[in-house]
Design a protein around this ligand. Structure first.
Ligand code: DAK
Length: 261
């Protein structure tokens, strides 16, 4: 599919998806959400890609939220369709059987922060500003923040962000556990690519199953989740990667993983 609002580049086994509307701080219009969903669906099926980075074009923003200009005049049906596109895009990221890093290079606000929260973890530039300002527009977040933020940083901290609409800097976001690591702006993509390449060098089936086990397990009782984990562990023994990984260890060499899930 040809894209107009995003860029998709592949370097080795790493794909970089860039939301590319810098004039409006990469705000999420309907076509942009549609393209993000389609890109992650395609990447999910592409065996040559083993890790993904999602970022924003320009120096100012990751994504400054839903496109307020487009939303302002929406009727009920259009808002429903818009909501569906957003949910679909974020599901494609969550279901993508590859690790996805959000590289937050500037503003990540509203739907922008929710997009980052759909990724597996967030790396941020020292210049990043994160927040859920929706209550200032008279709406609640609609792409998952009321559910994902409390699971990640605890209910009380999430409520403070959601009720005040305050933006926080990268250091505070790291302290809250919202972002994993903070880098100088020029180092952000370098470090994100390094981490993506490291994950891409591991057994792809094992990485994909670990992602599923964490995400699915968070919605289960501990006992059910532990049983799920043992199923996943067992499934790894049906793969070439398990044979290769263990043989390589015993032969004191680097494993040569095939990569397909
Ligand atoms: N939408 C559209 N355009 C945006 C935008 C946005 N979210 N954010 C910025 N822009 C545009 C600005 O209008 C401006 O355009 P021009 O005036 O040049 O034409 C350009 O980007 C540059 O922005 P500024 O001039 O404002 O730049 P500043 O540095 O002065 O300020 C800022 C940067 C990020 C503080 C400011 O732009 C800002 O406050 N932006 C809005 C941030 C925000 O409120 N984001 C949350 C949006 S609400 C739903 C699900 C989800 C959602 C909604 C519904 N359903 C389930 C139905 C999600 C809602 C949201 O995300």
């Amino acid at each position: 599919m040809a894209y107009e609002n995003i860029l998709v580049e592949k370097k080795g086994h790493v794909a970089v998806v860039t939301v590319d509307r810098p004039k409006v701080l990469n705000a999420l219009s309907s076509p942009t959400l549609e393209e993000i969903g389609a890109a992650f669906r395609e990447i999910g099926r592409d065996d040559s890609v083993r890790a993904v980075i999602l970022t924003g074009a320009g120096e100012k923003a990751f994504v400054a939220g839903a496109d307020i200009k487009e939303m302002q005049s929406m009727g009920v049906e259009e808002a429903r369709r818009y909501s569906y596109l957003g949910i679909q895009a974020m599901w494609e990221i969550r279901l993508c059987p590859k690790p996805v890093i959000a590289a937050v290079n500037g503003f990540a606000l509203g739907g922008g922060l929710e997009l980052a929260l759909s990724c597996d973890f967030i790396y941020a530039s020292e210049k990043a500003k994160l927040g859920q300002p929706e209550v200032g527009l008279g709406v609640t977040p609609g792409f998952g923040a009321t559910q994902k933020l409390p699971r990640l940083i605890g209910a009380a901290r999430a409520k403070e962000l959601l009720f005040t609409g305050d933006m926080i800097g990268a250091a505070e976001a790291k302290e809250l556990g919202l972002v994993n690591k903070v880098f100088p702006p020029e180092a952000l993509m370098v470090e994100a690519v390094k981490a993506a390449e490291k994950m891409a060098s591991k057994g792809a089936f094992a990485v994909a199953q670990a992602k599923r086990a964490v995400d699915a397990g968070l919605d289960m009782s501990l006992d059910a989740a532990l049983l799920f984990e043992s199923q996943v562990f067992g499934a790894c023994f049906g793969t070439e990667d398990q044979k290769e990984g263990m043989a390589a260890f015993l032969e004191k060499r680097k494993p040569n993983f095939k990569g397909a899930e």
